[in-house]
Design a protein around this ligand. Sequence first.
Ligand SMILES: Cc1ncc(COP(=O)(O)O)c(C=O)c1O
Length: 396
Amino acid sequence: MSRHKNTFHNHQPIPFHIPHLTGLEVPRIRELINSGNLRSDGKMGKACKQQLEIILKTDRVLLTSSCTHALEMAGLLLEIGPGDEIIIPAFTHYSTANAFLLRGATIVWVDIDPNMLTLDLEKTTRAISANTRAIVPVHYGGISCDMDQLLTMVRDMDIAVIEDSALALGSSYKNRMLGSLGTFACLSFHSGKNLTSGGEGGAIVIGSENYLRHAEIIREMGTDRADFHRGQLSEFSWQGLGSSYVMNELSAAFLTAQLEHESVIRERRLRLWELYHTLLEPIEASGAARRPVIPAWNGHNAHTYFIRTDNRKSLQDHLLSRGIETASHYPALPATPFGKSSPRFFSPEPAVHAESAASSILRLPLYPDLTEAHVTIICREILGYFGLKHDRNCND
Ligand SMILES: Cc1ncc(COP(=O)(O)O)c(C=O)c1O
């Protein structure tokens, strides 16, 4: 591999991520404060719920304090306990596993598809046992495994499907929205996501009416306070196990401002994603590195643009020296200190593709305030690093 000496270095540093502001956040927060009522699930919470239900084409969304907490709610709703097995891709966020470990379950790691980086469904079939209670497909970068195949696989088995949709708001599968297909789906509005509630935030989508009341109780510290607030009860009482999983109204005010611009933000991100994909074609053609693979069944939300290279550290250092911040992503969880030491993990087969993704993914800056000129500069630096030609003028 040859290092190309690039003389262009007169741009401002390009951060890996800048949360996008729509300009409506402060007015919505001011409106909330002026209303004198900060109670959760108020005007702002209701607005977010409605906006999300329109986007997801579902009518059972509950806002939560994070996706982590939405996943924990899924564990509580299914009454997961010791002896239960939860199938999870080996390449995911810690919270996907923690939520069920907290309930005493055993985590069964399954490898990912080497191209799509989603749960490998052949290996998933082989990992199912009499103790399997749930499978958690993670929609990495807003793309999914073949959800019809997965849902058909579990149809007669009393196994729940919990979509980890932390990264997937606005993505679809065969024209149905990701986040509306499983028994539950968990969404994130952390500041690094396409839309944010101003820091931490999330939502759980309840796939069936049968779970809704229980979900409301779990989310309100085990009480029927939601019924009380709707005026259906004169007082509320303790009904069962729960925690404080409700999104605070200040976060909801921030989020509603973002949701109002959801399609504009997604389209802007998609334009930048496509530009990366076009400009970086030579790295794939030359065999220097790989680009993301989007299956035909997905309409994706451009959550992330990454390349995969065996020279990640060296390329990352090179880009940083040119003022461009990039990021790796999840570790392969079975290879982490906890993953290696806990008796509550089980890998029926080696997670070789998860390990490969963990060591090779380099995420590039992608956010609405990035310009086409920034993307062109970044691609020029990457192509230069690999000794490849670029044919766009980057001096704009
Ligand atoms: C796949 C996945 N699941 C869950 C989470 C946790 O989300 P949150 O930070 O909203 O708790 C993340 C965070 O990035 C994630 O990537």
